[in-house]
Design a protein around this ligand. Sequence first.
Ligand SMILES: [Zn+2]
Length: 268
Amino acid sequence: MKLLHSLATDPMAVLAGCFIWVLVVAWVLSAIGWIVTGEIDALTGIVVLGLAIGLGMVTIAPPVPGLGVWIFLGAVVTTLMFPFVRKAMTRRAMMEIDLEQIQRLCEGLKTNPGNTGALWRLAQLTYHMGLQGQAFKIAETAVDQMPRKLFPAEHREFDQWKAAVRPSVIRPAHCIGCSIPLTAGTVWCPSCGRAHILDLARGRWFGPNTANKLIGVWALALIALVGLPLAGSLASVSVPLAVGSTVGLIAVGVVMFVHLLSGHGGTR
Ligand SMILES: [Zn+2]
């Protein structure tokens, strides 16, 4: 009778309480799948699992009346975001393959700096990473040694770059190792011997990536949405318990966020 009563007084809450479990099951299965395939690490996966189940429970018994519907809407938006997060993860995996190639090319160019084929390939990879100024100068060196008649495709591509690359992006960058400014197109730092172009490419794609940032923000938002009202409702039982669980939740949120932003949220 309680259900019928709730259905009559607050049908949205009852519907949210039912449909949330469809989403929870989808999340739990996705998270388990991602842990198994190594797309996310176990710690991130466990937090996602915990949040999904906590979300379902809070939606059926919201500590604040009406909160269940909002949590349900939040869960729907999150589910719609999933494909974009996956896409970002795939892109990252591809970038890592490119970085490995850049590293190999740099090593080859250390022993044979005049290898025009390697220079051209390095220019292409860095161009597509968004390091246009660097790529342009590397390509210039390569193209100078490639007769137009023998390398028409390369010259055609370089001509397109000439039209697209603004002169302002061709500027020196500081070496990470010794901080001297190096002109655009420098592969190896002549002063400290670091693979300068590899550092620049890494700086572009390592560090916090989009997918981890999104998951971090999502986890924080859900911890706030689910955990804090729940902890607040404990205040009627025991104030220290409510304060303790709030502090605990915030700590979990911060640890989670730092964990993801330090780049440990995905596979290497
Ligand atoms: Zn240096």
